[in-house]
Design a protein around this ligand. Sequence first.
Ligand SMILES: Cc1ncc(COP(=O)(O)O)c(C=O)c1O
Length: 451
Amino acid sequence: MPRDENFLKANNARHLWHPMAHPADSQANPPTIVTGAQGVRITDIDGHEVVDGVGGLWNVNLGYSCEPVKAAITAQLDALPYYSIFRGTSNDKVIELAEELKDFFAPDGLTRAFYTSGGGDSVETALRLARQYHKIRGEAGRIKFLSLKKGYHGTHFGGASVNGNANFRTAYEPLLPGCHHITAPYPYRNPFNESDPAKLAQLILAELEDEIAFQGAGTIAAFIMEPILGAGGVIPPHESFMPGVAEICRRNGILLIADEVITAFGRTGAWTGSRLWGVQPDMMSTAKAITNGYFPFGAVMIADHVAEVFEKDETGKAAIGHGYTYSGHPVGAAAALACLAETRRLKVNENAAARGAELFAGVQALHAKYDVVGDVRGGHGLMIALELVSDRATKAAPPKSVPGQVQKVAYDAGAMVRVSGPNVILSPSLVLTSADVQTILTALDAGLKSV
Ligand SMILES: Cc1ncc(COP(=O)(O)O)c(C=O)c1O
C-alpha cells in the first residue's frame, strides 16, 4: 500500500540510520525527503524543486533523465538480471564493457578491469591487488600503504586506514597497521605555513622521500591519492605534485593507485584526473559516474605492466582470492556501457570545464563579497568548495550552525549544496547549463548573506 506524506514525514529517520550523520541529529532535524528528479533538478516531498548542486553524490554526471542508461538497465533486467562472474562464468555485458574501458583508459595506460560494486570496493580491491602484486614478484615485505592527509578513500577498513580525515577513523580504530600519511597539498592550511602551491608541492614531495627512507622502500606496497582531493574539501594540488609523486613511487618500486572514484569520466574537465596531470598510474579506482549513479558499480583499472605480472605467473600466487557477489553485475555493466557511450557522445568533460570556469568565477566573487568565506578552491571542472571561517585573519572555523544555515537558505532559494565540516561543496551534474550555474550562485549568495 503506498504510504501518504504524513506517514513518510512521521517516520523520517526513525527506523533507519543515515550514513555520515548522528542518528539523534537526523531524528531532531529530519533529512529532506527527495521524491523525484528531472534533468539536473531534484524535487522534495513538498514539491520544492531545486538545481542539484551536489550531482547526487558526485556521481549523476549526466543528470537524472538519462534515457539511454535507463533503457539499458530495463533491457538488461529482461535479458539477464543477474549472474556471477566468479571463476567459470562470465556474461556478454562485462566482456563488452572491458573492451570499452580498455579504449577509454588507454591514454592512462590502463588495460584490464576488475569489477566492483562501488568506490569503497574499488579502493579495497586496488589495495589488496597491490600487496599481491609484490608477493607474486617475490617482494612479500612490501605491505604498507602511504596516502595523503585529507584524502578520502571510502569507509571500508582498508579505505578508512588510508583515509586522511579523523572523522572517518577515530571511532573505528584500530585500523590497518602499516598505513602512513603525509601532508595534504593544501595551501590554505599546512604545517609548513606555505601558501605558494608550487613551493608547498616541493616540500611535501621532500616529505614523501623522507617518509619512504624512514619506512624503507622495500616495506611499502602502494601510494594512493586522489588527483584532486574531493570529499576532504576539494583540494587541487599544484600541477607538479602528482607527477612528482609518480616519479618518486616509480623510483622506489611503489605502486601508484589513483583514486578516481570522483575524477574519472570528465568531472575535472579532463577525462581522468591522472590525464589532467599527465600521470600514468599503476592502478585506478573508479565507480560513481561509471553508471551515472543509477546502479552501484565500479571498476579498478590496471596497467599493462602490472597485469603482466599476474598473467605470466606460473606459481599460482596470482590466483585472485578477492571479489564480490556483485562484481560484474550484468545490469551494472549494461548501465556502464550505455553511460560511457553517452558520456563520450555529449563530451561532458568539455561542458564540465566551461561551466566549471563560470561557477568558479562566481564563487570567487562570493569570496570577495563575504568575509565568512575564508578560501575558495576549484579551477578544474565541476568540483568546487568554499571554506567558511568565523575570522579571516585567524582562519578559525565557524560555529557548526553556520554552514548548515548557508545550506538551508540556499536550498530554499533554489539549489541543493553539500556541507562537510566548514566546507560548502559543489559537484553538480556535468550537463549543467549556464543558467543552472547562475541559479546555484544566486542561491549561495542568499545563503551566505543570511549568516
Ligand atoms: C575518492 C573516493 N574514493 C572512494 C570513495 C568511496 O566510494 P563509495 O562511497 O562508493 O564506497 C569515495 C566516495 O565519495 C571517493 O570520493
